[in-house]
Design a protein around this ligand. Structure first.
Ligand SMILES: Cc1ncc(COP(=O)(O)O)c(C=O)c1O
Length: 388
């Protein structure tokens, strides 16, 4: 390479490209492919939420807002979280331009180059790559495959050595559907308190749990306002708003001034008319969540049962989120397998290796879809496996 070739810094060059994209690129635009590769709801944002944004645009809500978001949205988020978890003031809430941005901001706030960051995996790749972008060392603690995906909490505590800066926990988890228990959370929190370790909780799927609870167990249920616990959340999954790019952070009050600086230097603020839609979603959107959960529960039950009838397929039972992360006997290279599934069977799935080495050998199927499409998708997979 020429000495003066314009290239990105080493850390960025060494990041892996998305393997989900690699599979999707092979099949996007082909009408004969049924796509289950991305983690996205299959229904559009409800009209009453879209109307709120339209009205705000008509009222020319097109200017910069406060770094932390408009006060009524911060208040609405704080009221929502106070009902779901524990009483919480709006002064601990910062609105962000998406959940991804919330996670990047949280990491920028806490993680120094060279820090040790522990992640529970397999994991949506952004969460392992963000600390790497910041120059941190990422240590992984794998979940165990079985009837459901499970955490050996002692293994996690052993990895949280003194001097570890932070642990990233995404529960309900993408890609496995694993949900941490309240008891495990208490053990992790106690341990982290003792060693001054930050808990960075990715709570974007907290409303997508199938045991009848209003929310998955959350560190916000048990943390005191001064604990080193920061939560990232999003409007994307709960209110079907992926394309709006709206999320939030909940952090201890003493962090907020520095967080405000980071928001200023990243995005400055989320768009005002999008925030207006966020208020309506969070204040009037409980029925949207109920309706979505009912659909996903039926989809999950169907997919879990059907996959387990296929020869050589073992599918653990997902307790939350919107994915089944299953194994096909004898298949180690799931990237190659998923490409063949697109080309030969017309079914688009995400290879497990997209979620780290520990994900290799598994395939992720997003069940945010109609039962008819899931039925057809499983039929195609069945035919493909029978012809192998
Ligand atoms: C685990 C997890 N966290 C965060 C996000 C970010 O969501 P968004 O940026 O759409 O708010 C996603 C999206 O797929 C996710 O799966």
């Amino acid at each position: 390479m020429l000495l003066n070739t314009p290239v990105a810094r080493d850390t960025v060059q060494s990041l892996g490209a998305s393997r989900i994209r690699e599979v999707a690129n092979a099949g996007m635009g082909r009408s004969d492919v049924l796509p289950f590769w991305f983690g996205e709801p299959d229904e559009a944002t409800p009209a009453f939420i879209r109307d709120a944004a339209k009205n705000a645009l008509d009222a020319a809500d097109v200017f910069y807002t406060h770094n932390f978001g408009i006060p009524p949205l911060r208040e609405a988020i704080a009221a929502y979280l106070s009902k779901l978890h524990q009483p919480l003031g709006a002064d601990r809430v910062a609105v962000t331009s998406s959940g991804v941005s919330a996670l990047m901001l949280v990491a920028q706030l806490i993680v120094n180059p060279g820090d040790r960051v522990v992640c529970v995996t397999p994991l949506w790749p952004n969460l392992t790559e963000i600390p790497k972008i910041l120059g941190a060392e990422v240590v992984k603690v794998p979940l165990q495959f079985g009837e459901t995906w499970e955490l050996d909490v002692q293994r996690l505590l052993d990895a949280l050595t003194p001097g570890t800066k932070a642990v990233f926990i995404n529960s309900p988890n993408n890609p496995t559907g694993w949900v941490i228990t309240a008891e495990q959370q208490r053990a992790v929190l106690e341990h982290c308190r003792k060693h001054g370790i930050w808990i960075l909780a990715d709570d974007v799927y907290e409303r997508l749990v199938y045991d009848g609870a209003r929310s998955a167990p959350s560190f916000l249920d048990i943390a005191t306002p001064d604990d080193r616990v920061v939560s990232a959340n999003s409007f994307s999954k709960s209110w079907l708003m992926t394309g709006w790019r709206l999320g939030w952070i909940t952090a201890p009050q003493p962090l907020m001034a520095d967080l405000g600086k980071l928001i200023e230097y990243n995005t400055s603020c989320a768009p005002g008319f999008v925030q207006r839609a966020g208020i309506v979603a969070i204040e009037r959107g409980e029925d949207v969540i109920t309706h979505t959960l009912e659909r996903y529960r039926a989809a999950r039950d169907f997919l879990y049962e059907r996959l387990n009838t296929l020869p050589g397929v073992s599918a653990p039972h997902p307790k939350g989120a919107m994915y089944v992360f299953f194994k096909v006997d004898g298949e180690r290279d799931t990237l190659a397998l998923c490409k063949r599934l697109v080309a030969e069977a017309g079914v688009g799935l995400a290879p497990g290796s997209a979620f780290g080495e520990e994900g290799e050998g598994y395939i992720r199927w997003c069940f945010a879809s109609s039962l008819e499409r899931l039925e057809e998708g499983t039929r195609r997979l069945e035919r493909f496996l029978a012809a192998r």
